[in-house]
Design a protein around this ligand. Structure first.
Ligand SMILES: NC(=O)c1ccc[n+]([C@@H]2O[C@H](COP(=O)([O-])OP(=O)(O)OC[C@H]3O[C@@H](n4cnc5c(N)ncnc54)[C@H](OP(=O)(O)O)[C@@H]3O)[C@@H](O)[C@H]2O)c1
Length: 232
């Protein structure tokens, strides 16, 4: 499979190296701005400001697109959903298998706990990460809110003099060193806490996840897909 890599940073470099060491994938593009590249799939680990141009390119060339880039705006999200009418588009804030299993766990246990336990999410990343909270933390908060019948407000970066509201989901971010990524979901009840944590030991989990997801995406009809749909 011919892979066009959108982005030239750390993740894109690791992806390029991994693709070059496999027999069934080849790299046919490696850039932050795609112009005349050809391939079977585009994998984007770039900067959110580059998403509109990326969508125009993918739609014009009719190439399936995996957007792993985070930090995009609500307008970009709408653009991506619209692009799904023309090409298979997978938007994944986290392509690792472990985090996507964590999403399933959250959806299974939150309906049992939300009424009596407070839900808080803490994420940790390296000091070069631009966006906070991480796209993954938002995905985890949305997963919990999606199975609470009346929904739940998400509160980012708690500060000030105000008690938490019942049902709200707090999301806090820590940045430092070379942490590849850590996400912990806390269910805090009276005298008991359940903590479910995923730790990325290296960025290679994202490379493996992106290539596995790309294999499935290229077989799909045009549509806007999530990792949950791709894995099932
Ligand atoms: N979905 C997932 O599972 C997953 C996993 C890991 C990372 N990510 C996301 O993937 C993206 C890239 O991560 P990374 O670790 O590879 O980051 P990185 O090493 O900082 O690379 C960022 C890329 O964006 C470009 N860029 C940076 N600032 C820019 C700006 N102001 N305007 C335009 N382009 C800019 C960089 O090009 P220059 O070097 O030329 O500036 C580079 O190609 C991030 O959004 C990150 O959150 C997603």
């Amino acid at each position: 499979m011919r892979v066009i890599i959108h982005g030239t940073g750390t993740m894109s470099g690791l992806l390029k190296k991994a693709v070059e060491s496999t027999e069934d994938f080849t790299v046919t593009g490696f850039a932050d701005e795609l112009t005349s590249e050809t391939g079977d799939v585009i994998i984007s680990f770039s900067h959110f400001s580059r998403i509109p141009a990326l969508l125009s390119f993918a739609k014009e060339k009719k190439i399936p697109l995996l957007v792993a880039t985070t930090g995009y705006s609500p307008d970009d999200l709408e653009r991506m959903k619209k692009a799904g009418e023309e090409i298979p588009l997978l938007l994944a804030s986290n392509v690792s298998l472990g985090i996507n299993v964590l999403v399933k766990v959250i959806k299974a246990i939150t309906p049992i706990l939300y009424d009596t336990f407070d839900i808080e999410i803490v994420e940790k990343h390296h000091n070069k990460k631009l966006d906070a909270p991480s796209g993954t933390a938002k995905t985890l908060a949305e997963a919990a809110a999606s199975v609470i019948p009346h929904g739940a407000a998400q509160v980012y970066g708690r500060s000030g003099n105000k008690k938490r509201e019942k049902y709200e989901i707090g999301v806090s971010a820590l940045r430092g060193g070379t942490i590849a990524g850590e996400h912990a979901v806390f269910y805090c009840g009276d005298d008991e806490i359940i903590e479910i944590k995923h730790t990325a030991m290296s960025k290679n989990i994202f490379v493996r996840g992106a290539l596995a997801a790309a294999r499935i995406l290229v077989q799909k009809e045009p549509g806007f897909y999530t990792m949950e749909e791709i894995l099932s």
